[in-house]
Design a protein around this ligand. Structure first.
Ligand SMILES: Nc1ncnc2c1ncn2[C@@H]1O[C@H](COP(=O)(O)OP(=O)(O)OP(=O)(O)O)[C@@H](O)[C@H]1O
Length: 253
């Protein structure tokens, strides 16, 4: 479960990215965040794993409030998937996936790549689950396609079986067919573990297809919260239309 209580965030330059957001995402829910560029989606996601600090309000994961002091305790419970994959491209697939266990491994053994045997076994199991063969273990990430790289990113995010998965535009750099496969994989793995997913997207069709619930932000404010069936053309126009500029026609459901 993720809970935002009256969360606001103002960046150091004075931009108010989030304005008084209150939202509870129950355990196991797949919640997709929509909104125009600059609406505050990444800012909200990053408040959950402490990469952003709210300037007002509170964020809870389960019953625990996210604070700078307890981040180390909370981070093993939160997996993150990034738009640009954020992998170490010169390193192998295996090294990238096992890096997902770093929040649970003391610094010194991690420095010497001394991960427990169960973590090594988990890497093989996860690669299989994300559709990469064992032959990929020793390949450099730089040799993989974008879709394969995001499969590695998903395997890394699930390394510690986190209760929460944050996905910040996970398919933004992928073509439509691969995007659908990647989201299907992400949601299947989350559901298999009962994980809660908060995922920002720009593709309305994918949001409708994969979300249990859609939340939209506009200029830092929550402007829509409902099931995919409620995301009507009118609702889309309210989310995406800029005053004075005609709305783009959203694609048919
Ligand atoms: N590190 C930062 N410093 C200053 N301003 C920032 C920073 N990060 C984001 N912002 C500003 O905060 C607002 C919200 O940005 P955010 O990245 O959360 O939007 P977004 O909805 O994720 O956008 P996109 O869909 O383009 O990724 C924007 O006005 C942005 O310029």
């Amino acid at each position: 479960m993720i809970r935002f209580e009256a969360v606001s965030q103002t960046h150091s330059c004075g931009t108010q990215a989030l304005k008084n957001i209150s939202l509870t995402i129950p355990a196991g829910q797949v919640c997709v965040l929509l909104g125009p560029s600059g609406a505050g989606k990444s800012s909200l996601l990053r408040c959950v794993n402490g990469l952003n600090q709210p300037t007002a309000g509170k964020v809870f994961v389960g019953d625990i409030e996210i604070t700078p002091r307890n981040l180390k305790t909370i981070r093993p419970n939160i997996g993150m998937i990034h738009q640009a994959f954020n992998l170490t491209t010169r390193a192998t697939v295996a090294a990238n996936v096992i890096a997902g266990a770093l929040p649970a491994v003391p610094t010194l053994p991690a420095l010497f790549n001394l991960f427990p045997r169960e973590h090594q076994a988990k890497v093989c199991e996860l690669l299989d689950r994300v559709g990469l063969s064992e032959a990929h273990l020793t390949r450099r990430v730089s040799e993989l396609s974008g879709g394969q790289q995001q499969r590695v990113g998903i395997a890394r995010a699930f390394m510690l079986d986190p209760a929460i998965i944050l996905a910040d535009e996970p398919v933004a750099s992928l073509d439509p067919a691969v995007s659908e496969d990647i989201l299907a994989l992400l949601v299947r793995e989350a559901r298999a573990r009962g994980a809660t997913v908060l995922c920002s997207l720009h593709q309305l069709d994918l949001a409708r297809q994969f979300a249990d619930r859609i939340v939209a932000l506009k200029s830092g404010e929550l402007v829509f919260d409902g099931p995919p069936a409620d995301l009507t053309p009118d609702a889309c126009a309210r989310i995406y239309q800029t005053p004075g500029i005609p709305a783009l026609q959203p694609e048919p459901a």
